[in-house]
Design a protein around this ligand. Structure first.
Ligand code: NAP
Length: 299
């Protein structure tokens, strides 16, 4: 029987509705308006469209939102002093620097200059450490989106065998850190496979998974015979595999969707699965950062 599709856009819309209520309440009861600045350096068309979408959503939710566009020639020093300004601005709770940055700028130096309590991408080493020890205010957006999809569509993963394919710093590793926590929405038994895992072992581990989360960046990598009957499959991959007749990029996930959907109980499509969750999780993080700054939550 074909799997139930986990529709990211629908889950994201539901979360945004919840966030809107939370924002209205923060304004009415505490006089706090969540503030988000997105800093764009240069005019890369992909980055422009990402920050535009982020600002549009922030606006819809009633945030105080600033789009700060900087010329591609900005010096590292000027960018760092800009971050210092936003770090000190009490109206700004979340700072996002859109990546990639021009080559003359040290990306890590910039990301690490963001106040960890305003680091709504959760890439700062302080936040990575907080996540690992399970004491955090917010999580990196893509793996947090995966967790929300799993919990909302299929229930609490407590006690389930979770296998994560990939160990990048932005998806695989934080996904592992999130799912192993002794917390609601996690508490799973987690295995991570990667290029250091022999292929036959990768397949063996995948076959054991109750929940299989794939973030390898290899189009249609996971095959139906690697998937346990009834497994939940979360496909993070976004790979361009050509062009459609209308000239749009043709996308494929990291899972062979057409065959795997016949084995899985739930599956995320690509596009329309994990993708739509990312911006919404950024908004959630900004609300959490606003609450953190007001002392309404503690880490
Ligand atoms: P990445 O930085 O390239 O990391 C890929 C990871 O997969 C690495 O850890 C790599 O292992 C592992 N890997 C690569 N080939 C493998 C193979 N054949 N078998 C097992 N493991 C393999 O990619 P990423 O940033 O994590 O992204 C992964 C995918 O998710 C990409 O398609 C990306 O476009 C997509 N993505 C989507 C969203 C979204 O919002 N939907 C957000 C972020 C990323 P090593 O560490 O050994 O190299």
């Amino acid at each position: 029987m074909a799997a139930t599709l986990i529709k990211g856009a629908e889950v994201a819309a539901q979360i945004r509705e919840e966030l809107k209520k939370e924002v209205d309440e923060l304004k009415a009861k505490h006089n706090i308006t969540p503030g988000l600045v997105t800093i764009l350096v240069g005019e890369d068309p992909g980055s422009v469209s990402y920050v535009t979408a982020k600002q549009k959503t922030a606006h819809e939710l009633g945030f105080h939102s600033i789009q700060d566009n900087q010329d591609a020639s900005i010096s590292e020093e000027t960018l760092l002093s800009l971050l210092d300004k936003y770090n000190k601005d009490p109206q700004i709770h979340g700072i996002l620097v859109q990546l990639p940055l021009p080559k003359h700028i040290d990306t890590n130096k910039v990301l690490y200059a963001i106040n960890p309590n305003k680091d709504v991408d959760a890439f700062h080493p302080v936040n990575v450490g907080r996540i690992l020890i399970g004491q955090y205010a917010f999580l990196p957006c893509t793996p947090a989106g995966c967790q929300e999809l799993i919990v909302r569509a299929t229930g609490d993963p407590k006690g389930k065998e979770v296998v994560v394919v990939g160990r990048s710093n932005i998806v695989g590793k934080p996904m592992v850190a999130i799912m192993i926590q002794k917390l609601p929405g996690a508490n799973a038994t987690v295995t991570c496979v990667h290029t250091g895992t022999p292929k036959d072992k990768i397949i063996e581990h995948c076959k054991r998974a109750d929940i299989l989360i794939v973030a390898a960046g290899v189009p249609k990598y996971v095959q139906a015979d690697w998937v346990k009957e009834g497994a939940v499959v979360i496909d993070v991959g976004v790979n361009r595999i050509g062009m459609t007749e209308s000239g749009k990029a043709k996308l494929a996930g990291d899972v062979d969707f057409d065959t795997v959907k016949e084995k899985a109980s739930f599956i995320t499509p690509v596009p329309g699965g994990v993708g739509p969750m990312t911006i919404t999780m950024l908004m959630k993080n900004t609300v959490m950062a606003a609450k953190l700054s007001a002392g309404l939550i503690q880490i």
